[in-house]
Design a protein around this ligand. Structure first.
Ligand SMILES: Nc1nc2c(c(=O)[nH]1)N[C@H]1C(S)=C(S)[C@@H](COP(=O)(O)OP(=O)(O)OC[C@H]3O[C@@H](n4cnc5c(=O)[nH]c(N)nc54)[C@H](O)[C@@H]3O)O[C@H]1N2
Ligand SMILES: Nc1nc2c(c(=O)[nH]1)N[C@H]1C(S)=C(S)[C@@H](COP(=O)(O)OP(=O)(O)OC[C@H]3O[C@@H](n4cnc5c(=O)[nH]c(N)nc54)[C@H](O)[C@@H]3O)O[C@H]1N2
Ligand SMILES: [Mo]
Length: 763
């Protein structure tokens, strides 16, 4: 019989070692760390061979992040964390049916996320039967028969849900959404719902496109670059090179972050060591240690200061925008006292930044999860839009919006149709290209999908990559949701907790990774991806597959489609014989993809149309860029309460844990730490390593997680930080951003106790 598996990551047993947080990013430790990671996992020769293929025009796209590649690449165009991502994928395929015979689901669930991932690549398809405690080998044919049986058991296609994580190529994602829509539903939640959905919605409503407007070259022409709520030293290390180059050309950088993230203080390009250049560059000219959630107030302050300095581009505002007067009218009712209290910053600090902005001829605003994962995620991004629009900083060299995407193809997936709520024009074009009708009613996003599962409305849950259980909010609730399902299917490369908390039956279908050769019946294939700046380009894996039994994602989709729908309404297997066939269908079905098969073959790829960037045109209802007016959010925190944000360490890729160190923040050997302001600790009488329980509070409900070690840190008072995914059990399912419905992973109201209170039983 199957015994209940642990949904939450087990508590760390390794000791916590503390060092002084770093004020400098990269450098020799980064070079050795990436080399060591590779060598430990792949061996020396393979490491050298593999890393030379990353991000080259004829190589594969780094599965790390979505930061674009420069025109002039070095032969080592990767970073420390990209190297970790590549080495992680290049591990041996030790997760075999024998491995599963040895370890029950329950036993595996006692392993840490780090141990699960370290088990290696998944070697062949496996199946978990009803009530069974172990996965067993299954053939690909039988696996697809099972999936088809479940999908065809109902005549309501909306009882099936199809998730996508953001590594999936354009070809796989396009084919997948075509199948899902042919099957009859728009239930296509994706990781974007938990990530940059607020950016997509915020920008879509105001500038008419849900994407950024800058290209990499704009960084060479910017006067001021704002980096807001983002930790590039860890999560987008190659961005530091762009920032360094911009600095050397005279740009100034403003860093808005509750934490003094190392990458933005001093930076040394790791590859400079090879040239014996020992110079470091100070990146941020100004660090604004905003309180968690205080960015909206800060933006209002910056706009106020610009107005006072008369830094306003009147002709741009008159010709190209709408709503300016209403926006500044509302601003009059916001006083500096409130701005200071809400942002946690002094007026002089804000004015200093405002003056830099007022003198800038070209400003770029970059941001990531520090803005999007808030209740007002959409509104705060629209305040950033207000700030830049008032000086016309869009659609001219060196200026614009730069939401820095996470997963390496999350933007491309959305472009090609992974979208639970596609607009009518998108559907019409897709219908025309595909040649069959597409359902109009919108599907579930991530949070609504979990609720639907809890409500017993879902029979089949298919995941194209990712780790839904651990990435989603409210781990215990999400686990209950998944256990409620008939069949869960995971297309994966590595073992994770979503393989252990499953529906009544479960399948794991192992796939090729980005780095591996993909050969179909017509011969070797390449795929395409879109980077954070809308450039579409090729990616071709070069390594032999980790196991002979791995299939490509497009092939898996085509076989599932064929098993479920037969040869209707598309000839699925014919499409994957040669990925050019998929791309031909994309040419007809998507705006901006004309001549895809030709243009994708040009070295470096091609940019998708971006009307704000290309011609300062804005596809909004008014035909103009839209200023918006928002009241300040309530950011008050009660006595004895704190706001917790969840974030990434330097040694993880989302839920994949590469190691137990967060080098730049001085944390070693242990992940269950709670970063806390030293004065707040003194007030509670707590010392470093105090063991505490965290209780989160939302709508009268309490969630609790025990055994966190407190670490004093340079973080505003009443603010706390802990790592994702350990802290996800504290994120309430329905605490989401307005409009985007993104979980508020950076705004969790908490209390702390040094001994677990007895009246709250752990669930
Ligand atoms: N190595 C590595 N690379 C990655 C990833 C990874 O896990 N590892 N993940 C990828 C993915 S999917 C994504 S989305 C990106 C994520 O990239 P980031 O958004 O940089 O990731 P987070 O660790 O969530 O960090 C958010 C930052 O926001 C700050 N912050 C928190 N709350 C606030 C706030 O209220 N206001 C402001 N101004 N700042 C705040 C935090 O201090 C932190 O510096 O990285 C991508 N790249
Ligand atoms: N509390 C909290 N929660 C968060 C966040 C946060 O900041 N705080 N961040 C959110 C964000 S920004 C995101 S993007 C999500 C991430 O959510 P997901 O994308 O669902 O999670 P990942 O951890 O990136 O998924 C890792 C798994 O993907 C599989 N994988 C890796 N490469 C491939 C591949 O090429 N193909 C396939 N099929 N599978 C592959 C491996 O099996 C691996 O275990 O998490 C969100 N959750
Ligand atoms: Mo993300």
């Amino acid at each position: 019989m199957r015994k209940a598996a642990e949904a939450r990551t087990p508590e760390d047993r390794t000791p916590l070692k503390l060092k002084k947080p770093k004020s400098k990013a990269a450098g020799i430790p980064a070079v050795t760390s990436s080399a060591l990671h590779g060598i430990k996992k792949m061996g020396l020769a393979k490491t050298a061979r593999t890393l030379r293929m990353v991000n080259q025009k004829e190589g594969f796209d780094c599965p790390g992040c979505a930061w674009p590649d420069p025109e002039h690449r070095t032969s080592f165009e990767f970073c420390e964390n990209g190297a970790k991502a590549v080495a992680d994928e290049a591990m041996k395929a030790n997760v075999t049916p024998q491995f599963f015979a040895k370890h029950s689901i329950q036993e595996l669930s006692k392993m840490s996320d780090y141990q699960l991932n370290s088990s290696g690549r998944i070697a062949s398809p496996v199946y978990l039967g009803k009530g069974s405690s172990h996965y067993e080998a299954i053939s690909w044919d039988e696996a697809f028969e099972k999936i088809a049986l479940h999908l065809n058991a109902t005549n309501d296609p909306d009882r099936s849900v199809f998730y996508t994580s953001g590594r999936t190529s354009n070809e796989a994602a396009f084919l997948y959404q075509a199948f899902v829509r042919a099957y009859g539903t728009n239930n296509l939640p994706d990781c974007s719902n938990m990530c940059h959905e607020s950016s997509g919605k915020g920008l879509g409503q105001t500038i008419g496109i849900g994407k950024g407007t800058v290209s990499l070259d704009d960084f060479n022409h910017a006067d001021v670059i704002m980096v807001i709520g983002q930790n590039p030293g860890t999560n987008h290390p190659r961005m530091l090179t762009a920032l360094r180059d911009a600095k050397e050309r005279g740009a100034q950088i403003i860093h808005v972050n509750p934490l003094p993230e190392a990458g933005l203080s001093r930076f040394k390009h790791p590859q400079d060591y090879m040239k014996a250049n020992m110079k470091t560059t100070t990146l941020a000219d100004l660090h604004l240690p905003v309180r968690i959630g205080g960015d909206a107030a800060l933006m209002k302050g910056l706009i106020k200061h610009q107005l006072r300095l008369n830094a306003v581009d009147e002709s741009f505002i008159n010709d190209k925008t709408h709503g300016f007067q209403t926006m500044i009218g509302q601003l009059e009712s916001v006083d500096w006292e409130t701005i200071e209290a809400d942002s946690g910053l002094r007026r002089e600090q804000i004015e200093e930044a405002g003056s830099l902005l007022a003198h800038s001829k070209a400003t770029i605003a970059c941001w990531a999860m520090g803005l999007t994962q808030h209740r007002n995620g959409v509104a705060v991004i629209q305040e950033v839009v207000n700030l830049l629009l008032m000086n016309g900083h869009v659609g001219r060299p060196g200026a614009g919006f730069c939401p820095v995407r996470g997963h390496s193809n999350v933007q491309g997936d959305r472009t090609v149709g992974i979208w639970e709520a596609p607009p009518e024009a998108f559907i019409e074009r897709m219908e025309h290209g595909l040649g069959f009708p597409i359902p109009r009613h919108h599907g579930y996003d991530v949070v609504n999908a979990i609720q639907a599962m809890l409500d017993g409305l879902v029979d089949v849950f298919f995941c194209m990559g990712g780790n839904f259980l651990s990435a989603a909010p409210d781990t215990d609730q999400t686990a209950n949701a998944l256990r409620n399902i008939g069949l869960t299917v995971q297309v994966s490369t590595k073992l994770n907790r979503s393989h252990l908390i499953t529906g009544k039956e479960a399948l794991i279908l192992p796939c090729l990774g980005r780095t591996e050769r993909d050969v179909q019946s017509s011969g070797p294939q390449f795929v395409s991806v879109e980077n954070s700046m809308g450039q579409v380009h090729r990616s071709r894996g070069g390594l032999p597959p980790a196991s002979h039994d791995l299939k490509s994602e497009p092939w898996i989709v085509a076989r599932m489609a064929e098993a479920t729908l037969g040869n209707q309404p598309l000839e699925w297997m014919n499409l994957v014989d040669d990925y050019d066939h998929i791309r031909s269908l994309m040419e007809k079905s998507l705006a901006g993809f004309a001549d895809y098969n030709v243009r994708v073959r040009t070295p470096g790829g091609f940019p998708l149309p971006n009307p704000p960037r290309d011609s300062q045109t804005f596809a909004t209802p008014t035909g103009k860029a839209q200023f918006t007016t928002h009241a300040l959010p309530d950011v008050s925190v009660g006595d004895g309460q704190y706001v917790l944000m969840t974030m990434r360490s330097h040694d993880q890729y989302n839920t994949t844990i590469y190691g137990l160190h967060d080098r730049y923040r001085g944390i070693h050997g242990h992940r269950r730490v709670l970063f806390m302001n030293a004065d707040d600790m003194v007030q509670r009488g707590w010392k470093t390593r105090q063991n505490v329980s965290i209780m989160s509070h939302f709508n009268g409900e309490t969630r609790k997680a025990d055994n966190w070690l407190v670490v004093p840190y340079d973080i505003p008072k009443q603010n706390l930080a802990a790592y994702f995914p350990e802290a996800n059990s504290l994120v309430p399912l329905h605490s989401t951003a307005d409009v985007s419905n993104t979980p508020t992973s950076k705004w969790i109201i908490c209390t702390l106790s040094s001994t677990p209170p007895s009246d709250l039983e752990e669930e």
